[in-house]
Design a protein around this ligand. Structure first.
Ligand SMILES: [Zn+2]
Ligand SMILES: [Zn+2]
Length: 135
């Protein structure tokens, strides 16, 4: 079990969790590039029920290339995108690693959607690289 917490930039939205981290990925998909304004994002996937959220994040829903419905939850004051959910992975929530306070727990296990990675993005050669989302 890993205990961690985090917040958006302004602190209006905070969260706490004490749970298994299912998977940590560096995602290079075009949607993450747009949603974060950065060339990739790092996501910690955990059980949604394990995350206690304080504050009132807004939601934005869109359809991914896969056809899945994606929901981004972000602070309506400062705009930080904190959470993301995928309709095909019910019960799981992705937490943006940059919002986590305990930086030492952020240990990505793989790079995904490398097909759309920006060429200058450094990647750890020791980590698996997947062209898309692995199963
Ligand atoms: Zn905020
Ligand atoms: Zn992505």
């Amino acid at each position: 079990m890993t205990q961690f917490s985090g917040s958006c930039l302004c602190g209006a939205v905070t969260y706490e969790a004490d749970c298994e981290i299912q998977r940590i990925v560096n995602c290079h998909c075009l949607d993450c590039q747009k949603a974060t304004g950065s060339v990739h994002t790092t996501l910690l996937f955990v059980a949604e029920e394990a995350v206690k959220i304080k504050g009132y994040p807004s939601s934005y829903t869109h359809t991914a290339d896969s056809g899945a419905t994606m929901t981004k939850r972000f602070c309506s004051s400062c705009g930080t995108t904190i959470f993301s959910m995928n309709s095909r992975r019910q019960g799981a929530i992705g937490i943006r690693a940059g919002t986590v306070s305990q930086k030492h727990i952020v240990k990505p296990q793989m790079n995904i959607f490398c097909d759309s990675a920006v060429a200058s993005t450094p990647m750890d050669d020791k980590l698996p690289k997947h062209a898309k989302m692995p199963g």
